[in-house]
Design a protein around this ligand. Structure first.
Ligand code: IMP
Length: 214
């Protein structure tokens, strides 16, 4: 039965017995999509708690300054909305869209802007709101792009930090959680545009990932 739709389920034994092709067919359909999640890494309650705490620290740090969130689409959509409500200060939110992954699960290493800023950030106190920092290549690109617009200062708040895969180092002032080297989805993060609407962060079963071409 479709008990998987009732809550964040962990996979059953089918994963151990089925071939990768069977798994893709069975678990990437519209009914059993939650079974593609191998395990819940960060629960909805843990996300809420940590984001409230981050919001309090950011509100203290930016007291009396004109704060602008630059949130990175689409991954930081949920995070930026919840974080903004946890910061008890007047702030504005702008969105920027970058592309480096396409529909793959390994960064192409080439970043380009799909949607740029709508408002000037010159002389403003800017906080980049990111879903996850993996290799750091996207963040480096975004950092350089925003610095060219002369903000008063620039900092980074990342919900997730996947340190094991870092290729470019940048200071991340606020971090939600350190995560292991696994492909994670949910709470805004996707695989091939799916799973963003899961209310928790989960590890995607590796069998579901399409192998990268060599
Ligand atoms: P980076 O340039 O390698 O740091 O990748 C940054 C972007 O890749 C993030 O903003 C995400 O959109 C995406 N990304 C990296 N790791 C994951 C993951 O585990 N799940 C989903 N998206 C990811």
């Amino acid at each position: 039965m479709l008990n998987s739709l009732a809550g964040p389920m962990i996979v059953g034994t089918l994963f151990e017995t089925a071939s990768p092709d069977d798994l893709k067919t069975q678990y990437c359909g519209v009914h059993m999509w939650r079974e593609a999640i191998q395990r819940v890494l960060i629960s909805e309650a843990e996300l809420h708690c940590r984001i409230q705490a981050l919001g309090r620290v950011i509100a203290t740090d930016y007291q009396g300054r004109e704060l602008v969130f630059v949130a990175v689409l689409k991954g930081a959509l949920m995070f930026s909305a919840d974080l903004a409500r946890a910061v008890d200060l007047p702030l504005t939110i702008d969105y920027i869209a970058l592309s480096s992954y396409g529909n793959r699960h390994v960064s192409s290493g080439r970043v380009h802007i799909l949607k740029d800023l709508s408002e000037s950030i010159a002389n403003k106190h800017v906080l980049i709101v990111e879903d996850i920092v993996d290799t750091g290549i996207s963040l480096q690109y975004l950092w350089d792009h925003l610095m060219s617009h002369h903000p008063a200062d620039l900092n980074v708040c990342a919900l997730l930090d996947k340190r094991a895969r870092r290729r470019v180092e940048l200071p991340i002032k606020y971090t939600g959680f350190d995560v292991p080297d696994a492909f994670v989805v949910g709470y805004g993060l996707d695989y091939q545009q799916r799973y963003r609407n899961l209310p928790f962060i989960g590890i995607l079963h590796p069998e579901v990932l399409t192998p990268e071409p060599r």
